[in-house]
Design a protein around this ligand. Structure first.
Ligand code: 13P
Length: 252
């Protein structure tokens, strides 16, 4: 594959300063496994401290507001994240879409604001269980991606897509390897159609109940370029197993 495998830990609403020891341990492990690009998205409150603790891994936010600044109590702009030391931001996670009613248009505006502020973007898409059962998974994900992808072909090297089936998040359930491969191939086609040659190099991550035990198998699915990991990224020990699997299965 064209780029290094990308393994990103999304800590969601977990972590106080006591967790910085895990971030340090993950950073040290990443130094030994340089074939893999490793990143962590801690809660906003730990972005700056994680950046200071870690020397190698990328550090990012889990969301940003589309505006540069203003009267938006409780929100964080992309420029603020960048100032705190972030290099990327996750947008469109299904938990934000569900908990905060974020639409594809909202996600697109956030992604464009992030790129304008100099951040890379991890754009999340994924179908619900009912949508998969109804045979609509590819259609739903295709529509999400088309409507939330920032404008312009030049964004190709700034964006990573994360396919996270909503029903696989935190449940211990995953699609079959064939289903993961089919969805990733369909996302690749859409990216190539939309972004031209740049779309061929956009990394597509799988997310949803990735663990050290199933990572190698998942990394064998077509077009999977890494993983967006929730629960298993909260300890260096479990996250390391996934990074090692990526180093073994996904090296260029
Ligand atoms: P889990 O790995 O805990 O299923 O979470 C996946 C996820 O939502 C990452 O963004």
């Amino acid at each position: 594959m064209a780029q290094r495998p990308y393994i990103v830990g999304n800590w969601k609403m977990h972590g106080t300063r006591a967790m910085l020891a895990e971030a340090r341990a993950i950073d040290r492990a990443a130094e030994r496994l340089i074939k893999v690009e490793v990143a962590l998205a801690p809660p906003f409150t730990l972005v700056h401290a994680t950046r200071n603790e870690a020397s190698l891994i990328a550090v990012g936010g889990q969301d940003c507001h589309p505006a540069d600044g203003g009267a938006h109590t409780g929100d964080i702009s992309a420029a603020m994240l960048k100032d705190a030391g972030a290099g990327f931001v996750i947008v469109g996670h299904s938990e934000r879409r569900a908990d905060h009613g974020e639409s594809n248009a909202d996600v697109k505006a956030k992604a464009e604001a992030a790129i304008a502020a100099g951040l890379n973007v991890i754009l999340c898409v994924g179908e619900s269980e009912a949508e998969r059962d109804a045979g609509k998974a590819e259609k739903v994900v295709g529509k999400q991606l088309k409507e939330s992808l920032p404008e312009g072909k030049a964004i190709a090297d700034k964006v990573t897509v994360a396919y996270e089936p909503v029903w696989a998040i935190g449940t211990g359930r995953t699609p079959t390897i064939e289903e993961i491969g089919e969805m990733h191939v369909s996302i690749r086609k859409l990216l190539a159609d939309t972004l031209g040659s740049g779309g061929k190099n956009v990394r597509i991550l799988y997310g949803g109940s990735v663990k050290a035990e199933n990572a190698a198998e998942i990394f064998g699915a077509k077009e999977v370029g890494g993983a967006l990991v929730g629960g298993a990224s909260l300890s260096a020990e479990s996250f390391l197993g996934i990074i090692i699997a990526a180093a073994e299965k996904l090296e260029s």
